[in-house]
Every structure is written in C-alpha cells, then in structure tokens.
Design a protein around this ligand. Sequence first.
Ligand code: NAP
Ligand code: ZN
Length: 351
Amino acid sequence: MSTNVKAFGTEAADADLQPMHIDRRDVTPQDVEIEILYCGVCHSDLHTARNDWGGSKYPSVPGHEIVGRVTKVGSEVTKFKAGDLAAVGCMVDSCKTCDNCKQDLEQFCLNGFTGTYNGKDKHSGGHTFGGYSEKVVVDQHFVLKVPENLDLAAVAPILCAGITTWSPLRHWKVKEGSKVAVVGLGGLGHMALKLAHALGAEVTLFSRSAGKTEEAKSLGADEVIISTDHIQMDSVRGKFDLIIDTVPYVHDLNPYVQTLHTSGTLVLVGFLGNLEPMLNTAPLVLGRKSIAGSLIGGIAETQELLDFCGQHNIVSEIELIKMQDINQAYERMLKSDVRYRFVIDMQSLKN
Ligand code: NAP
Ligand code: ZN
C-alpha cells in the first residue's frame, strides 16, 4: 500500500525539473511519515539531477535537507508522535549491523547506506525520492529531532551543509584557538564559518569572490583571503591546523597545502574525482601534512549538531524560494549567486 504525492523532479539529465507524482509507502512498524515544510537546495541535488557524477536514476527527485511535521508513526515507533517537528538529512537507511553502523558512522555503512534520493529503496525495489515532495516516510532511526527555538526554514540546511562541515570540525578536534580555514563561501562554506567560530576557532575564508568579504566576517570569519591573490596567499603560509575545502569542481590544491601548519590537514568535502593540476607531495612529506576527505556525518553526530545549533542559536542564511523557481535557483547556484542557501517553501508545491 502506498500514497501518491506531489513532487518536483526531472526525467533526464538535460531536462528541467517539473511537477510529477511519486508513491510514498504506508508506514511500517518502524516508520515515521513526515509532511515536508521546508527543503534546502544542496549543490549535490544539482549534481544528481544533471548526472554530473554518473549513476543518476530517473525520474530524479532531489532534496536531502528536510524539515517537517510528523503526520503518522508506525506501531513500534517510540522516538516520535504525530505533531512533532522532525528532520531528515542525506540518509534514510543503512544495514545497522556492520562495524561502522554500530559506531554511529552510518554514512560509511559497509553495506552501503540508502541515500535520501537516488538510493536503492529496500521497500519498493526501485530508487528513493528526496525532499522536493509533499511527504516522506523514513525509518525512525534516520529521523532527527528539531530544536523548537530555531527558524524552521533556516534549520533545513543544517541537515547537509551543516553536518558535512561539523563532522570534520569534530573529527579533527577543532577547539578554542584552533586555526581553521574554509575554501569557498557557498552553502557548506557559510555553515563551516559559523560552526568553526562557535567552537572558538580563529577562522579564515578563502574565496575567489572579493564581494563576499564583509558578509563572511559577519558570518564568523576573522579574515578573508582572496585565493587568486598571491601576496594574500603568502601572508597565511604555514598557518592552518585544518582547511575545509568545499569547492565543487576540480581546482589546484597546491597553494592551499602551503598554508597548512606542520601536521595540518586539508579535508575535501566538495570535489570528487582526479586532481588537476597534480598534487606535489613534497610539502606533505616535509611537513607531515594530510589531504583527507569527509562525507556528511552519522545520525548521532547530526543530532549533536542540531542540539548545538539550538543551544547556540545557529541557523543557515537562506533565500526562501517557491518550488516552481528551482530551475532558476540551480542556474544561480552555478554562478555562486546564493547567499547562502536556497530553501524551498513546500507550501508552494500545493499550488
Ligand atoms: P555552493 O553553495 O555552490 O558553494 C560552493 C562554493 O565554492 C561557491 O560559492 C564558490 O565560493 C566556490 N566555487 C564554486 N565553483 C568554484 C570553482 N570552479 N573554483 C573555485 N571555487 C569555486 O555548493 P555547496 O552546496 O556548498 O556544495 C559544495 C560541494 O560539496 C558540492 O560539490 C556538493 O556536492 C558537495 N557536498 C559534499 C558533501 C559531503 O558529504 N562530502 C555533502 C554536501 C555537499 P566563492 O565564491 O567564495 O569562491
Ligand atoms: Zn547535500
């Protein structure tokens, strides 16, 4: 049994997103059904809709920054009841039994987690559909609690942009006085500034866009370095304990490695693929520096972040859009013209 709901998605990599209908299963004993109120727009949505990474399945309904209200729960659900606020991020399932799942690292499930969209749906046998829709049905383990004191629309980006930058900040033990840099001021980058600042770090933004300096400072950056300016780049040589690189496309990492302190780490969260130009390993060897990667965060860590945001009054800077404006929003995202996350008001899908 299932319910047919309104959604927005695309039938092909080169087609616009448009209205469509999808099925949502009836709740099983462990499921929570959520009416989606807001859904953030992540650059990964665009990568998937347009098959940038290969492997996109169509029709594709993106959206993995979901905030809503519980409408129904399964018979064994204890975490939620109808009427509660609830959120869903990038995962809706995993095996729950492998070593990584048992350590709250569901994002690294050894049997593969189920993505909120474009994942293999264990229930339907098809693929999963994301948050650009009226409703979603998710196993309670993958549903998060939302602090009551925050602006709901601005909470949505915490579910992906937030956790993707929080997880490396925690893993590399950023604390009071740590020197952290963020590359790229978009959705992920602006959350990284806010979160690193809230942890007490000294925060630097690397940006190509000179026009973002003042705003970056109001978001938590102590300093802004224009990455194309060699003199400015030289001024931070050897400085950083951790660099979080959010740039979505191939770019030269060598100038950033020079700005790492001894034993420092540059963690990639944006670009997936072969580096170009090639990476010179000498500075890594001579300074025990690391290049690493990081993927979203586990469910417990995501709840930790939501609670931290509740305590510190942290939300995303958003531009609220209608579902029907999604294609223009993707074009603006490609031009780095987002301050700093689009969030879809899902009421607009009912029109
Ligand atoms: P976004 O809002 O578009 O921000 C990306 C920023 O990177 C831009 O604002 C721009 O900042 C900079 N940039 C863009 N193109 C660039 C280029 N060609 N060269 C140098 N800098 C460039 O994207 P987002 O939503 O934050 O996502 C960033 C990336 O992270 C995407 O690839 C997304 O798929 C990925 N992602 C990864 C995970 C994970 O778990 N690892 C999770 C979510 C998203 P400036 O104008 O300041 O230079
Ligand atoms: Zn995302």
